[in-house]
Structure formats: C-alpha cells, structure tokens
Design a protein around this ligand. Structure first.
Ligand SMILES: [Mn+2]
Length: 314
C-alpha cells in the first residue's frame, strides 16, 4: 500500500495537499511535512484548506503561508491528511486520484488509496511511515511538522493513544533536529488574551449532570464576540471540564456562525464516545469526538446528547 501510494505520487504532475476544515496541528503538520518532501522531489504542489483564517498558533510551521483557500484549476492527485470523511476536505469530486492518509477509527475509506492506520496516534505518523517505507530523506523542517502532529494529537504524550511507537517516532524526529522544549513553548505559551478570557467564561458557566459525571458548556456567538475569541480558540477548551475529578464526559456545544451547532465531546479513557458522534453523523476517536447538528434550540440538542451519554454511563 505504501509503495502503491508512492507510485501515484511519483507519477503525478500536480499534487493538491488538502487538510481538513477547522484545521489542527495534526492535519496541518501532515500536509506541510509532505509539502517539504514533494517540493524537494521537484513536484508541482499546491496546498488547500477551506478555512479562511488558520489558527495563529501554528504560524511557525514551515510554509504554512502557502496554504490557500482557493482550489487550483488543474491537479491530477489529491492527498488528504487527517480527514475521516470526504466532506471534511471541501473539494469537489473530479478527475483525479485521491490518496487518503488518516488514523481516525471513523474513516470512510473514500480514497483510491487509503493509508488508514487507526493504531497511529496522529495522521503525521502515517505520513512518517509512508516516507520511511519509501526511503525518503527527511529534513529538519519536515521533522518539525511531523513532531507537531504527534504532540497535537497526543496532548503532549498524555492521551491513551500513546504507545512505544509514539515515543520511537518522536525520538527519531528529535534526532533529525526537532527541539521539543521550543515546540512546546511555541504551542503552549502563546495563548491569546481572548482565549484566556473565553476559558474564564467556560470555567464560570459550565453545568453538571448525573452526580457531576457529565459536564456541559454552551458557547454562543455573543460569548465569542464579548471575549474576542475566534472559533478556533474553542478547540480543546472542553478538556478543562473533562479534567474535573468527578467528570467522566464533557461536552461543548458551540453555536455556528450561520445556524446550527458544533458539538465536541471528550471522555475518560474507558468511555468510548466515538459511537455517539457516529449516531449524529460525526466522527473522531474513542475519547475525543465531534459532530454538527442543525437546529436552533440548544436545550433540545443538549437533552438528546445527555440522554445518549446517560445510557453510556450506566
Ligand atoms: Mn489527527
């Protein structure tokens, strides 16, 4: 499979690298690692992401400013990274080959080649394996991108997806020149004031259910406006609620700009919430999943989710 994917890459004329909507450090790190390698091979490469404003915190990733929100007219190969479903690419179907590189358990195998390894902690690690298997030389810049993908999706080596392979890969990337302390400080110690204010709102306004086993936070448009927080500032903010001693599952319901809601769920290790996300046509991992719902009544939506969670916790 790795050789087959590589053959498509070598034989392609113009490659489009696609990261998912509401991008994170894994999807961005993965496509930028590939960008570095493919450019050095002399390939014509474009980078596309649907989201207009990329999270500022990743501004140190090499070539991130080359990611555009417009799709080029001609390309014969698309490589998607960290996308569980075709929807999350936000590109039209067309006359091109599609390589789907991912690690989500909910992946829909929408590619012509599917490099999907659900045992990988990050999509970047799947990219790394593809490069290693094809004896590709990895630059320091490429290593930085891959390392970011790992720390992003493992919460700096703290989630249940961490195993010895995670450390092995991270170790090899450090050998290639990555400075872990520097990356940690770039990602953790540059929070915007608006994000900290949003956190203040979350910690003051969450609700508890089922003897404090379930926590909910509802963030509407006005809260974002008042705090000055961007939509991407809400990412992982729900973790603070999951981390409360009694809480086993935490839910964030975010009002979408043009109606509807985005729901993010985080759970303790032994509670698998990926099936709940699937029930609502979403996706994700065992302890971190999400989905979108249409509607205007957040109370009704919370009730529905709460019911599913209660059944899960019995
Ligand atoms: Mn990922």
């Amino acid at each position: 499979m790795h050789q087959k994917a590589w053959k498509y890459i070598i034989n392609s004329k113009h490659i489009l690298l696609v990261s998912h909507v509401s991008p994170d450090g894994d999807t961005l790190g993965s496509v930028l690692a590939l960008y570095d390698v493919l450019k050095k091979l002399g390939k014509k490469v474009s980078l596309y992401n649907f989201t207009k404003e990329l999270p500022r915190i990743y501004d140190f990733l090499p070539n991130i400013n080359r990611i555009k929100d417009t799709i080029p007219n001609h390309f014969d190969l698309v490589i998607s990274c960290d996308c569980g479903s075709f929807d999350r690419l936000k590109i039209p179907r067309g006359d091109y080959t599609l390589i789907n590189i991912d690690h989500h358990i909910s992946n829909e195998y929408f590619g012509d080649v599917n490099l999907v390894d659900t045992s990988s902690a990050s999509a970047g690690m799947v990219v790394y394996k593809l490069l290693i298997k094809n004896c590709v030389k990895i630059s320091k810049n490429c290593a930085i991108c891959l390392y970011v993908s790992i720390v992003e999706d493992t919460g700096f080596f703290s989630y249940s997806n961490v195993d010895k392979q995670t450390f092995k890969d991270a170790s090899s990337l450090v050998e290639l020149g990555v400075n872990p302390a520097k990356i940690a400080s770039l990602l953790k110690s540059r929070q915007s004031l608006a994000k900290v204010r949003l956190l203040g709102f979350v910690l003051n306004n969450f609700e508890l259910y089922n003897e404090a086993k379930i926590a909910f936070i509802y963030i509407n448009k006005e809260v974002l406006l008042e705090t000055g927080a961007k939509r991407y500032d809400t990412k992982n903010i729900v973790n603070y609620l999951r981390d409360i001693v009694n809480v086993r599952v935490a839910v964030m319901i975010l009002e979408e700009e043009h109606g509807g809601f985005k729901v993010s769920i985080r759970s303790e290790d032994e509670i698998d919430i990926s099936s709940i996300a699937k029930d609502f046509d979403g996706g994700g991992h065992k302890n971190s999943a999400g989905f979108e719902v249409i509607g205007s009544d957040f109370k009704e939506i919370s009730k529905k989710i709460l019911k599913k969670l209660e059944d899960k916790l019995v």
